[in-house]
Design a binder for this molecule. Structure first.
Ligand code: HEC
Length: 128
């Protein structure tokens, strides 16, 4: 992926609370990833499905008016990441294949790091 720095000037658009809401969600992602990984280590596939399913649902918690203001590629990466968590939950419920789950998990991580490489929040005016 081409590395580019985009600036999300959320303050101008939605206020500090929007930014804090997204950062709160980010920290929840990290907890969720940890929970999935711990469950994978224990080979507890029921717990893997449960934790990944919870991560897959977090999209619904973000207010739609906020999501609408994100740049298209940002939203695409978010949605792709959520989809990956949903796939993990679905795969595990269907047939527990640890190799496939690991592969999906790595895919989900690539969305985390891919988006972090690309976007930064900046408080201030939208640059011209
Ligand atoms: C669609 C884009 C995107 C995706 C996907 C994404 N993040 Fe983030 N994340 C961000 C942005 C933007 C920031 C703010 C970075 C900044 O301004 O320095 C951030 C910040 C964070 C922070 C810091 C929170 C704080 O309180 O400062 C954590 C932790 C984090 N992300 C974890 C994750 C994890 C784990 C995943 C994958 C499961 C993930 N993120 C996926 C865009 C994303």
């Amino acid at each position: 992926m081409k590395r580019q720095s985009f600036i999300l000037s959320l303050l101008c658009l939605s206020g500090v609370s929007a930014l804090l809401e997204i950062l709160y969600e980010m920290r929840a992602f990290l907890h969720g990833l940890h929970n999935v990984h711990v469950a994978m280590g224990r080979k507890d596939m029921k717990a893997v499905a449960l934790e990944a399913g919870e991560l897959g649902k977090t999209l619904d918690r973000i207010p739609a008016q906020l999501l609408d203001r994100m740049p298209q590629p940002f939203t695409e990466m978010r949605v792709a990441m959520y989809e990956t968590f949903k796939y993990i939950a679905r795969d595990v419920e269907g047939k527990a294949d640890p190799a496939l789950t690991h592969q999906r998990f790595a895919e989900a991580l690539s969305y985390c790091s891919g988006c972090h490489d690309t976007y930064r929040f900046q408080i201030g005016k939208v640059p011209r």
